[in-house]
Design a protein around this ligand. Structure first.
Ligand code: NAP
Ligand code: GLV
Length: 309
């Protein structure tokens, strides 16, 4: 089987080596050296070179090498009927779960305040609420959001989630739709965003949502930078409506050196590192999908292109 590797950011050699272990018969060709474009019927893609998708006229499958596919779906070269599979890798799910646990615990255990006190040379114990007294809301109860919710529940937090359609999640109260969002936000001392970026979810973390959170709430954004209206966050931190923010993603990545987030005392940044794609763990998953595709079997984790995720 022959597939094109289309990525401006992922290391071809690592993917090629990892995939060969699981699918020795796969001929993976990196752009632009793909040979006869008509002989390529599948592409493994992540931030593909501009125009590359458009130059594969026989493409019948795109397997994304990441979980969020908004950039791929926006690529003008992606032909309308081509199925897109996104990466669902249990190792990434675990990594995101760990990240959310870490950041929610950081907020719960007042790490921002203790750091500020340390800088001020202040030895002062703060009140110590139990996790059950901390309400955590998860925007997006999909693969990653559900894992994060369950892990937080195990830690004893009062967790609830929000999705587009009604979802029954073991022991996690869940809300859905517009009314559900208002209800979830009202009860979230810590709000975690694990939504895909779509027309409906862009700019969702804005002044209106911040105003609806309990005063002094904190946010964790590990969805996409465009979920957040950055100036609204700065204003909410300034006014004390929000007490802190943990951001793994930004509108412009890497965050420009002059950006105000770098030095903000109530913002913790990580460089889009919550759950990285790993060729070693992803290769068997991608290989299995390519085999199913070659055999004409139904594919898992197909993106609904109209819905945008
Ligand atoms: P997923 O399984 O597709 O889940 C998406 C969830 O969001 C679903 O529960 C879905 O609702 C909900 N949702 C979508 N649109 C909505 C809307 N308009 N209103 C309410 N809920 C909505 O996706 P995933 O695998 O969990 O990944 C989520 C996102 O995480 C990715 O798209 C990506 O942006 C981000 N991500 C970040 C990193 C990182 O390192 N920072 C790594 C991987 C992924 P339904 O259940 O009703 O469909
Ligand atoms: C990373 O952000 C991903 O979507 O896989």
């Amino acid at each position: 089987m022959r597939a094109a590797f289309l990525s401006t950011t992922l290391p071809f050699a690592d993917w090629d080596a990892a995939l060969k272990e699981h699918m020795p018969e796969l001929e993976l060709r990196p752009w632009p050296g793909i040979g006869d474009a008509d002989a390529i019927d599948a592409a493994l893609a992540w931030q593909p070179p501009a125009g590359s998708l458009a130059r594969l006229p026989k493409l019948r499958l795109v397997h994304a090498l990441g979980a969020g596919v908004e950039e791929l779906l926006a690529d003008p070269g992606l032909a309308p009927g081509v199925p897109v599979v996104r990466l669902v890798d249990p190792s990434m799910t675990r990594a995101m779960g760990e990240y959310v646990q870490l950041q929610v615990l950081r907020l719960h255990r007042q790490d921002f305040d203790y750091r500020a006190q340390q800088e001020a040379g202040l030895w002062r114990e703060l009140p110590q609420p139990a996790p059950g007294e901390r309400r955590v809301g998860i925007l997006g109860l999909g693969v990653l959001g559900s894992e994060a919710a369950l892990r937080l529940k195990v830690l004893g937090f009062d967790v609830a989630g929000w999705s587009r359609l009604e979802r029954k999640q073991k022991g996690i109260p869940s809300f859905f739709g517009k009314d559900g969002l208002a209800a979830l936000v009202r009860r979230s001392d810590i709000l975690v965003c694990l939504l895909p970026l779509t027309r409906e979810t862009e700019n969702i973390l804005d002044v209106g949502l911040f105003a609806a959170l309990p005063r002094g709430a904190a946010i964790v954004n590990c969805g996409r930078g465009a979920h957040l209206v950055e100036d609204d966050l700065l204003a909410a931190l300034e006014s004390g409506q929000l007490s802190a923010a943990v951001l793994d993603v930004a509108r412009a990545e890497p965050l420009p050196p002059e950006h105000g987030f770098w030095s903000h005392p109530r913002i913790v940044l990580t460089p889009h590192a919550a759950a990285a794609t790993n060729p070693r763990t992803a290769a068997p998953i991608v290989a299995a999908a390519l085999r199913r595709f070659a055999a004409g079997n139904r594919l898992a984790n197909l993106v609904d292109r109209a819905r945008g995720y």
